[in-house]
Design a protein around this ligand. Structure first.
Ligand code: ADP
Ligand code: ZN
Length: 725
């Protein structure tokens, strides 16, 4: 087994470089210092404990809240050739026993357990017999009542601190406000450890909000533009879930419902189909998600309002775990705000207060006209790095029309007052627009001074304005009757002592859904589809979900760079030793055939790697040299630039060619005129001894021909072979 974090990263996981924080975290853990890791979903938390687990002599125990999560992790680790297993109540007695044996034998590096299982005396007995080097608490926010998934058993894990004196403790989570972070730290009795908080910003998620008007058609429109993509649509209620799923099916979309009211087998089957890309869209209540580790979810739609920013962040977090662009669409309506408040009623006063504060923050998010990332990050106590993120609706919309709506606001407020603070927004709008409906006549509202003074806005716009007034605190709605009342803040506004600014409804409605095309950059779509098919077949054979074989990102990488050799295949994102052994030959075969059939001359991998992300480890030198050569530099120029001998450059080019990379058409005798003279002699010598007997050939030509020239000769041969007309 490999022996540094870097070599494990490359050989086992198939990644070239660590992401931010990963390397520091791993170092701390290896020094047995406790760490708390707060990193967004998809940030790469798992590696932070998986790599130390492979380097520690003993066992790493991972506490995880859900069986599906554990199974998923174990399945993915096994795909990488890592010895991992689970202990939980879902195992058969036989399987349980065999897993226990493996743990006792030291055959297992990572053991996943549910907190309940870990707390059982029989589990502790087993663990007493082995050396536990690390105890990892995954989804650590479950420890805190302030978190969104509080699990009482999680709080008890700390009683095990003394049981494993040699173990370092880790806690990881994707969502934790500063308050929850502190709670985790204290509950687990971390002392001289360290907390790592990565940026919560998920740069690959496009954040978009649309005001609810015709949610169904907007959704259909969106899906139409995402025919190939996996996604989740969240709804409030089970009924809505069933209904929407059925409607989508009627419109020929591959969609299935998922909620807690369904049989557990049906739910499991649905989840499985989603993981395996057999169904495209899941329409679900929030019951769906925590166990979903699918990396290629390309969109998350909130058909209804989530209950707070934290849940929202958690739910959209399921999109784009593979790091490729994904879209998050939130349908926002004040009706939903009322519905959510309705649920608060059953809560205790304290809980209601918390819930209300959180809901206000969410409304603030919805109404915010600046970069959407700001309120989200602010919620987690962070600040956005850029003023303009370029990946949210507000930053990308051409006109961000915040208007001065002081006069309409005054008209509205005064009409609310004159009608006795007894009516809802719709009726006030009717009065302002001079409607002649029965209700108006019944209350003689046509006689009011505010009757028919508001033709400048449509009814819908007045209602929208009312909602803005409510959410900015000038009006208060009565939940029971739906009537509006002025707050004390309304006074100064009515008196013209302060302005009222808002975005008006048409501006928002211009933001249509789904027209953005997800752009993964430049890659060959046909090859991607071919590889996707192949992936599905391979996954079926080994009975795992497709993304466990290769992530979308790996496929995009392959479809962009057409690797031709094992060496270049190993450079692909997520391809490590085991995946290369398992799938390399068959995938390379498909890529090569594809390239041949389309007459594609693979572009040198090296160029891509030269341009690769900042901070990435440099690619092997031969790739670099090959790339520069292909860009038009001569051997001598390269030697001068790189400060190496020309013979070394030639050797690099040979390695480059041997790795299956194509060299640009070139006549080497231009640089090495003596090649023409000796070509026949060298060819004859090689013919007698074989290509790789350089020394023999060199001796046979009794030093008349230099090493360098021999290599150049080979290079020319390679090159001619690759560039046959
Ligand atoms: P989290 O647990 O934080 O949600 P994961 O650990 O599942 O995130 O990682 C998300 C994705 O990023 C996975 O596909 C993982 O293999 C990949 N990943 C993690 N670290 C790296 C890295 N250093 N380089 C490239 N990909 C990485
Ligand atoms: Zn933005």
């Amino acid at each position: 087994m490999s022996d540094t974090p870097q070599s494990v990263l490359q050989e086992i996981f198939g990644y070239q470089t660590f992401r931010r924080h990963q390397s520091d975290i791993i170092k701390m853990v290896l020094q047995k210092k406790d760490v708390l890791v707060i990193m967004p979903t998809g940030g790469g938390k798992s590696l932070c404990y998986q790599i130390p687990a492979l380097l520690f002599p003993g066992l790493t125990v991972v506490v995880s809240p859900l069986i599906s999560l554990m199974k998923d992790q174990v399945m993915q680790l096994r795909q990488l050739g890592v010895a991992a297993c689970v202990l939980n109540s879902s195992l058969t007695a036989q399987k349980y026993y065999s897993n226990v044996q493996q743990v006792k034998n030291g055959a297992v590096k990572l053991l996943y357990v549910a907190p309940e299982t870990l707390l059982q005396p029989k589990t502790q007995q087993i663990l007493q017999q082995v050396q536990v080097d690390c105890l990892t608490v995954d989804e650590a926010h479950c420890i805190s009542e302030w978190g969104h998934d509080f699990r009482p058993e999680y709080r008890q894990i700390v009683v095990l601190r003394n049981q494993f004196p040699r173990a370092v403790w880790m806690a990881l989570t994707a969502t934790a406000t500063p308050r929850v972070q502190q709670d985790i730290w204290d509950s687990l009795k971390f002392q001289d450890g360290k907390k790592f908080v990565a940026s919560f910003d998920r740069e690959n998620l496009f954040l978009q909000l649309i005001n609810k008007s015709d949610t169904l058609h907007q959704t259909l429109d969106f899906l139409q533009n995402h025919r190939q993509d996996s996604g989740i649509i969240y709804c409030f209620s089970r009924n809505q879930v069933d209904e929407l799923a059925a409607t989508l099916q009627d419109h020929n979309f591959s969609a299935l419902p998922y909620h807690a009211g369904m049989e557990s087998e049906t739910r499991a089957a649905t989840q499985e189909k989603f993981l395996r890309d057999e169904v495209q869209v899941i329409v679900a209540t929030v019951a769906f998600g925590m166990g979903i580790n699918k990396s290629n979810v390309r969109f998350v739609i909130h058909y209804d309002l989530p209950k707070n920013i934290e849940s929202y962040y958690q739910e959209i977090g399921r999109a784009g775990r593979d790091g490729l662009p994904a879209e998050c669409l939130l349908f926002f309506g004040y009706g939903d705000v009322r519905k959510i408040r309705h649920f608060f009623k059953e809560k205790s006063e304290k809980e209601r207060q918390i819930a209300e504060t959180q809901l206000q923050a969410l409304i603030g998010y919805a109404e915010f006209t600046g970069c959407r990332r700001k309120p989200v990050l602010a919620y987690f106590g962070q600040t956005a790095v850029q003023e303009n993120c370029d990946t949210c609706d507000n930053c990308t919309s051409a006109e961000k029309n915040v208007q001065d709506a002081t006069i309409p606001a005054q008209k509205f407020l005064s009409c609310v007052k004159r009608t006795g603070e007894m009516f809802g927004a719709g009726h006030i709008a009717d009065v302002l627009r001079g409607s002649k409906n029965a209700k108006i006549r019944r209350f003689s509202h046509e006689r009011l001074s505010t009757y028919d003074i508001g033709a400048e806005l449509t009814r819908k716009q007045w209602v929208f304005l009312a909602n803005q007034l409510v959410s900015q605190g000038f009006l208060q709605g009565d939940e029971e009757v739906g009537s509006l009342r002025l707050t004390t803040a309304a006074g100064p506004l009515l008196l013209g002592e302060r302005p009222f600014l808002t975005q008006m409804i048409e501006d928002r409605e211009k933001t249509s859904t789904g027209k953005r095309k997800i752009d993964f950059g430049d890659y060959d779509r046909d090859l991607f589809e071919k590889l996707r098919d192949l992936r599905r077949k391979l996954a079926e054979q080994v009975n795992v979900p497709p993304f466990a074989v290769f992530s979308d990102k790996s496929l995009v990488d392959m479809a962009a760079s057409f690797p031709q050799s094992q060496e270049s295949f190993l450079i692909m994102h997520g391809v490590g030793r085991v995946k290369n052994e398992k799938y390399g030959t068959i995938v390379l075969d498909v890529i090569r055939k594809y390239c041949l059939s389309r007459g594609i001359r693979p572009k040198p991998l090296a160029q891509r790697h030269l341009r690769s992300e900042r901070g990435k480890k440099r690619p092997p030198k031969f790739l670099r040299v090959g790339a520069v050569f292909n860009r038009g530099l001569t051997i001598e120029q390269i030697a001068a630039n790189e400060q190496i001998k020309t013979v070394t450059v030639v050797q690099h080019l040979l390695d480059f060619a041997a790795a299956g990379e194509a060299l640009r058409p070139y006549d080497f005798s231009k640089d090495y005129p003596e090649l023409t003279q000796y070509k026949t002699a060298i060819a004859a010598a090689f013919a007698r001894h074989g290509d790789f007997r350089l020394t023999t050939v060199f001796n046979e030509l009794s030093g008349e021909v230099s090493w360098e020239l021999l290599k150049v000769f080979l290079l020319q041969q390679h090159h001619d072979a690759l560039n046959l007309p």
